[in-house]
Write a protein that binds this ligand. Structure first.
Ligand code: NAP
Ligand code: G4F
Length: 336
């Protein structure tokens, strides 16, 4: 039986792990790329129990040879380009590295596909950060972009290259303009995970305070497991296009804190403090997506996981992590 082959760059990240799980369940042969480093970073693949079902290849988006090698080795039908320096805060400290990895890195993958096999379908992980602060009512595919960080600039560069390559070279190159999506395996630097981890630590007496930056920033937060399904749906269309993927709801960081602390019966105002160290030189203050096009054309349902169930899922997972560390360790050791 014909088995589709997918190559996922950045499989060690949050979305890479969820997408791998989703594609394996769809019957794909999945290969993922990881960065060579002195310590292995496969914990998310173990957490979702997919490490045993995938192949791995070392690729750095800074190195076109490694990208071309992976494409030749795997001969994929679909490439999902998820790899990036994805932390907005760090992009102010490392703007050039962010531009190289997140911006030019995507172009390296696109060019490699163009030269090696233009029939490969390509997905680019675009982002709501590209909208910046210009529109504060809600953002769709038609909203103009006003990026407000080196990360958003790099992503916008990558985004427009995909749109232009689609037209110039007739590639099936699609972009998902994804709004923030979270999960129990979200990186600890991002505000949701920092909050839910902090809640568990405070509840269990391991910490006394949680220091955060801008509490009034608003985000449209969804569940990563729902969002990777949208990536795949975009790749199954007859024509490549750009789609906003969002819940259509927005909540402030303060509201996230309130919900997360109340999950364990605590009042956030007693524990959360603002530390200037976590304020950004330029912050995006309001994001709220309009996913009507994805709903209409892809049939994607934005409301599979509500805001409160997302917060509860993340708090519960962090409580479990600290209360039952042996269980997590056993799961991990089973696979190494
Ligand atoms: P993530 O957890 O930060 O994962 C990023 C992945 O990129 C990791 O596997 C990382 O490898 C890899 N990577 C970093 N630099 C690399 C390089 N030079 N060469 C090769 N790989 C490299 O991000 P995510 O949340 O899963 O997001 C996936 C993608 O969607 C990213 O492009 C992100 O910018 C974009 N996005 C995310 C969201 C969101 O809310 N999560 C929203 C919109 C768009 P290591 O594990 O070695 O660091
Ligand atoms: O969780 P964040 O760091 O996510 P941000 O900047 O929205 O970026 C994430 O979502 C994007 C999609 O819109 C992705 F493209 C990107 O790769 C990444 O996944 O911050 C969210 C908000 C910001 O306004 C930030 O200023 O939370 C505010 N915040 C307040 N205190 C904090 C903190 N953010 C972090 N990371 N840490 C804090 O202590």
């Amino acid at each position: 039986m014909f088995q589709k082959r997918a190559l996922i760059t950045g499989i060690t990240g949050q979305d890479g792990a969820y997408l791998a799980k989703f594609l394996i369940e769809k019957g794909y042969k999945v290969t993922g790329t990881y960065r060579r480093s002195s310590t292995r970073n496969f914990w998310r693949l173990h957490y979702l129990d997919v490490k045993k079902d995938i192949s791995l290849l070392p690729v750095d988006l800074l190195d076109q040879t490694s990208i071309m090698h992976a494409l030749r080795e795997v001969e994929p039908d679909e490439v999902y380009n998820l790899a990036a320096q994805s932390f907005v805060g760090d992009s102010f400290a490392e703007p050039q590295a962010t531009a190289e990895i997140t911006g030019i890195g995507s172009l390296r993958v696109l060019d490699s596909i163009r030269f090696l096999n233009p029939n490969i379908r390509f997905y680019q992980a675009s982002t709501s950060e590209m909208y910046g602060n210009a529109n504060q009512t809600g953002q769709s595919e038609n909203t103009p972009f006003h990026p407000a960080s080196p990360y958003a600039n790099a992503k916008l560069f990558a985004h427009w290259n995909v749109v232009n390559y689609r037209k110039a070279y007739n590639l099936f190159a699609t972009t998902g303009i994804l709004f923030n999506h979270e999960s129990p395996i979200r990186g600890i630097d991002f505000v949701t995970k920092k909050i839910t981890d902090g809640v568990a630590r405070i509840k269990l007496g391991m910490s006394e305070k949680l220091l955060l930056g801008n509490l009034e920033a608003k985000r449209d937060w969804g569940f990563a497991g729902d969002y990777v399904k949208a990536m795949w749906m975009m790749m199954q269309q007859s024509v490549a296009d750009d789609y906003v993927i969002a819940t259509g709801e927005t909540h402030s960081v303060r509201e996230f804190c309130e919900a997360a602390f109340s999950r364990v019966g605590l009042d956030y105002t007693k524990y959360v403090e603002v530390d200037k160290k976590f304020l950004r030189p330029h912050d995006v203050v309001f994001l709220k997506g309009d996913p009507s096009k994805a709903k209409r054309i892809l049939g994607w349902d934005p409301s599979e996981t509500s805001f409160i169930s997302l917060v509860n899922m993340m708090v519960d997972a962090d409580m479990e992590k600290y209360q039952n560390p042996e269980r997590q360790m056993k799961q991990f050791l089973k696979h190494i």
